[in-house]
Design a protein around this ligand. Structure first.
Ligand SMILES: Cc1cc2nc3c(=O)[nH]c(=O)nc-3n(C[C@H](O)[C@H](O)[C@H](O)COP(=O)(O)OP(=O)(O)OC[C@H]3O[C@@H](n4cnc5c(N)ncnc54)[C@H](O)[C@@H]3O)c2cc1C
Length: 385
C-alpha cells in the first residue's frame, strides 16, 4: 500500500494552504474581532461572508464538477482540502447540511434539472438548506414520523411539525421526509420533499440551545401548499413513495464520509498534543496519545473508505460504525484537553465550547445506541432480539 501523495496532490495541498491562510486572515480582520458562533443570527451572517469567499475562490465544494459550482477535485483532494481547512483553524461550515448531506443525495437521485438548479445555488450559499426529519414524536424511531403531504392539483398540501432543525431559523430551504401515502405505515409511503421555507403556511420558529445560541428551529406546516413548480425539476427528490431509501442515502453521508472528515479530528488531536507539550502531565500522557492515535486511525480508515467508494462501492450500514468512532473520539479529545487545563479552562474558551458541542455528537445523525444496533444487526448479522 502506497500512502504517499502524488506531486499533483501535494501541489493541490500547497495551493489550498496558501489560499486558506490568506483569506482566513482577511475574513477575521474584516470582522474586527473574534467571529461569533455561526449558530447565532449575527454570527451566521458573518459566516455567510466566509462562505462567499470560499465560493469566489472555488473552494466551496471542491469535489463537485465545475459546471455545478465545484472545483472538479478528486475525493482524495477533498480529504487534503479538509485537512488544510481545519489545520488553518477555519470556521465551521454553516452550509454543511446542504453541501455535505443533501448534495450527495441530489447527485445520486436528482434529475439533471434538479442538479443544475439546486447545486450551484447551494455552493454559492444563495440557497441555504436545513434538514427536516425529526419530529416531536419521531427521533430515533424516524419511521414513526407523522408530517404529511397530500397530493393536490399542481402540488402538495403539507401539515405537521419538524423539530431540532439545525440553523433552520437562518435557512431558506428544507429537505424533509413526509408521509405522502395516506394510511401508510413505518418506512412505506414516505417521500423526500424539497421545501422553500417562504412557502405560505410554513412557520419557522428558532429556539435556543443549552449554550444560549439559537441554533435550532421548529418548523410548522399548516395547510402549506408546495407547488410542483416551486423548484425547477420539481420538489420531490427520488420517486414519490421512495423517501426512506433516499433518506438512507443522506444518512450514509451524514454518518459516513462527508459530514465529519478526518481533517477536523486530526487538527484537534494536533492541538491537544501542543497543549500537552506546553505543560506535560504524565498522568494524562496515555490518554493524549491514545486519542491522537484514534484520530490517525480514522484518517487511515477513511482512505480505505475512499478507495472503496472510488472503486464503485456505496456507503452502507458501515457508516454507523464510522459515526460512533468520530463522535466518541471528539468527546474524548475535548475532555482530555479540559483535564489538562484543569482550573485554567475558560468557560467560553475554544476547548470548553468545543467540548459542549462534542457532547451532542453521540446524539445527532442518529444516536450512538441506534448506530450500535444497526452495526450489530446489519454489519455483524447478529439477531434482532
Ligand atoms: C446538535 C443536534 C443537531 C440536530 N440537528 C437536526 C437536524 O438538523 N434535523 C433533524 O431532523 N434532526 C436533528 N437533530 C435531532 C436528532 O436527529 C435526534 O435528536 C436524534 O435522532 C434522537 O432523537 P430524540 O432526540 O427524539 O431522542 P429519542 O429517540 O427519544 O431517544 C432518547 C434516548 O433513547 C435511546 N433509544 C431510543 N430508541 C432506542 C433503541 N431502539 N435502542 C437503544 N436505545 C434507544 C436513544 O439512543 C437516546 O439515548 C439534531 C440533534 C442534535 C443534538
Amino acid at each position: 500500500m502506497d500512502l504517499t501523495w502524488s506531486d499533483a496532490e501535494e501541489a493541490f495541498r500547497a495551493e489550498a494552504r496558501s489560499w486558506l491562510t490568506e483569506h482566513l486572515a482577511a475574513w477575521r480582520d474584516g470582522l474586527g474581532g473574534e467571529p461569533l458562533s455561526g449558530d447565532t443570527r449575527e454570527g451566521f451572517a458573518q459566516h455567510l461572508v466566509w462562505e462567499s469567499d470560499l465560493h469566489a475562490g472555488g473552494w466551496a465544494a471542491v469535489s463537485w464538477p465545475t459546471e455545478v459550482g465545484g472545483r472538479g477535485a478528486s475525493l482524495w483532494e477533498w480529504l487534503i482540502f479538509e485537512e488544510e481547512y481545519y489545520r488553518a483553524g477555519c470556521p465551521p461550515r454553516v452550509t454543511q447540511n446542504g453541501i455535505f448531506l443533501l448534495a450527495p443525495t441530489v447527485f445520486e437521485f436528482g434529475t439533471p434539472e434538479q442538479q443544475t438548479h439546486i447545486l450551484p445555488r447551494m455552493a454559492a450559499a444563495d440557497d441555504l438548506w436545513c434538514q427536516g426529519w425529526s419530529e416531536p414524536n419521531a427521533g430515533s424511531d424516524l419511521a414513526s414520523l407523522a408530517a404529511r403531504a397530500e397530493r393536490m392539483d399542481g402540488g402538495w398540501r403539507l401539515n405537521g411539525q419538524k423539530t431540532w432543525t439545525t440553523r433552520g431559523a437562518f435557512c431558506t430551504h428544507l429537505f424533509g421526509l413526509f408521509r405522502t401515502e395516506p394510511g401508510s405505515e413505518r418506512h412505506r409511503g414516505l417521500s423526500y420533499l424539497l421545501v422553500p421555507l417562504d412557502t405560505p403556511g410554513v412557520t419557522v420558529r428558532g429556539f435556543g440551545r443549552l449554550d444560549g445560541d439559537e441554533g435550532f428551529a421548529e418548523v410548522f406546516f399548516e395547510d402549506a401548499f408546495l407547488a410542483d413548480a416551486a423548484l425547477p425539476g420539481g420538489v420531490v427528490l427520488g420517486d414519490v413513495g421512495q423517501g426512506w431509501s433516499v433518506a438512507m442515502a443522506t444518512t450514509g453521508s451524514e454518518r459516513g464520509l462527508t459530514l465529519r472528515s478526518p481533517g477536523r479530528f486530526l487538527a484537534t488531536a494536533g492541538r491537544l498534543i501542543e497543549l500537552y507539550a506546553q505543560e506535560p502531565q504524565p498522568r494524562l500522557r496515555e490518554r493524549v496519545i491514545d486519542a491522537w492515535m484514534r484520530a490517525e486511525a480514522y484518517s487511515l480508515f477513511t482512505l480505505d473508505t475512499v478507495t472503496r467508494l472510488t472503486g464503485g462501492a456505496t456507503m452502507g450500514a458501515e457508516s454507523s460504525i464510522n459515526k460512533v468512532w468520530w463522535s466518541e473520539l471528539d468527546c474524548d479529545l475535548h475532555e482530555i484537553a479540559l483535564d489538562l487545563l484543569g482550573a485554567d479552562a475558560e468557560l467560553e474558551g475554544p476547548w470548553s465550547k468545543g467540548w459542549q458541542f462534542s457532547l451532542s455528537g453521540p446524539i445527532y445523525a442518529g444516536t450512538n445506541e441506534i448506530q450500535r444496533n444497526i452495526a450489530a444487526e446489519r454489519v455483524l448479522g447478529l439477531p434482532r432480539k
